[in-house]
Design a protein around this ligand. Structure first.
Ligand code: ADP
Ligand code: MG
Length: 250
């Protein structure tokens, strides 16, 4: 490629906002002539640089928008520490087939067993595939809904949270939920029911949800909708947070 053609091509690629193609132009041109590739093969190679870069950027911004508490993935999870968890089952959820069926996942177990880690990992997988995903602590979610209600924009806020293809509500039950908040939570769960998937993490057995929500009626209405199409992953192992503090006995 002569210098003038190269300069004009660079100029065009810059004007068309294709910086990766501009960056790799001379390298691809050299590769094409060294390997006697066709024009279309060369063009494919060059456009792949731009397409890959844009896809990576889009995935990165989806992960950022997901507001995950940390960037932990399934590869970072030590399944041998928590033998009660079926590794294969978790990897199956990580294929995101449950999203196609609008199914929910519920991670149930005591503190420190990896509920948030696993929920986050699956959420990050979804975000990387550019599926709209959002992570929020239950208490923050309730605060936001309550504030929206007091400002007469509850419907907008409910709609906002019901749009996510995947919503991860973390730490349900760590704090008691009063009557008003229970109703707000019900409204959101009802809007998402059979339309979108939700991942919940909780330390409260379903039989005790009466005591988390204001009364048995609302608790049952929520449970019904959450569990109707749900996979429940019960984790009953040791806390990973305490693993270095627990000495092996005798
Ligand atoms: P939970 O939400 O059940 O209270 P977390 O998922 O927050 O627990 O786990 C507590 C901490 O321990 C996190 O930093 C998490 O990444 C880590 N952790 C928990 N279980 C494992 C595990 N099996 N392998 C690796 N890290 C783990
Ligand atoms: Mg947690």
């Amino acid at each position: 490629m002569n210098n003038s053609t190269y300069q004009q091509l660079c100029h065009n690629l810059e004007a068309l906002k294709l910086p990766q193609m501009q960056l790799h132009l001379s390298e691809v041109a050299d590769f094409v002539s060294a390997n006697s590739l066709s024009f279309s093969e060369g063009l494919l190679k060059l456009t792949n640089f731009e397409a890959d870069y844009k896809a990576e950027n889009a995935a990165r911004s989806m992960v950022k928008a997901g507001a995950f508490p940390h960037h932990k993935e399934l590869e970072d999870f030590d399944f041998s520490f928590q033998p009660g968890i079926n590794r294969q089952e978790i990897f199956e959820y990580n294929t995101l087939r449950f999203l196609e069926e609008n199914e929910n996942l519920v991670f149930l177990g005591p503190s420190g067993v990896g509920k948030t880690h696993l929920a986050t990992s699956i959420g990050i997988t979804a975000a990387k595939k550019r599926i709209s995903t959002y992570f929020i602590k239950c208490n923050d979610l309730l605060q936001q809904l309550k504030k929206a209600k007091s400002e007469n924009r509850l419907n907008d806020r409910l709609k906002h949270f019901s749009k996510y293809r995947l919503l991860i509500i973390d730490e349900l039950g760590y704090l008691p939920i009063n009557k008003e908040d229970s109703n707000l939570f019900f409204q959101l769960i009802d809007m998402r029911y059979e339309k979108k998937s939700t991942i919940l993490t909780t330390n409260i057995n379903f039989s005790d949800w009466d005591s988390v929500f204001y009364d048995a009626v609302v608790a049952n209405a929520i449970l019904d909708r959450v569990l109707h199409h749900a996979h429940v992953i019960t984790i009953s192992g040791k806390s990973y947070r305490l693993k270095d503090h627990i000495q092996t006995e005798n």
